[in-house]
Design a protein. Sequence first.
Length: 255
Amino acid sequence: MGSDTDSRGTVSKDVNGDVEYCYRSGSADPYTVTDCSVGYSCSLPGPRHGHRAVTLTVHGKVLTYAVFGGESTHLVPSSGSTSKLSNDVHVLRFAGALATWLKLRTSCDYVSGGEPMCPAQRRDAAIAVMGNSGGETGRLLVFGGFGGAEYRHGMFGYLEQASSASSVEVFHDLWYLDMAELEEDCVLEGLCGKTLYWHLVDVTGARPGTGFGAGTLLDGSANLYITGGADSSFRELDELFIFQLRDPLYKHCSA
């Protein structure tokens, strides 16, 4: 296996001659078989469910498929296993018949004097992309989802009421990942030299309740529509909210 290495990551070829990008991490993903060197983990997201995805164009040139969050535990976990949630962002780039995954380096990967400034690990969030036009890469928006420190039994166990509603945390926070610093070399070559930072949006107005699985739509006037979803007791929600991104404010709409 040949590789090129710098302080940001490695670009390697496995035994099959396939390109493999690796990033610095404290430990390897137990669900991923990788030839990455010690201290690095493979950028493949691995099998997962409950993630969310959206298309994203980097600086108006490179079309990618971006994936946020999700759960990598088997849908029906084995006895004694613990659910594994994610707040990672992966991007997939196509070049002819070749598809290459990259894990973006974000503020979730660093802890300085406490908890990292980023959304908690979660599944079934709602996501959208703002300002992804012209030469701008824009921002990745994330709303809601569920997880929490006590989410241990996986989605199947939760549906089977193996864990009570109080054992999971259903979120109603709104975050954005500023992708202005996302470099073309990161997507094209796997060498990502800059960290992308998450920001929590403090919004006034009639905020949506906690929920997951909501639908979102971003219009041309920077209004984010959030509708439906479910609460921690799996009660379906039929509410519609508008979040004005240019002048942060939630509005509750009723028919």
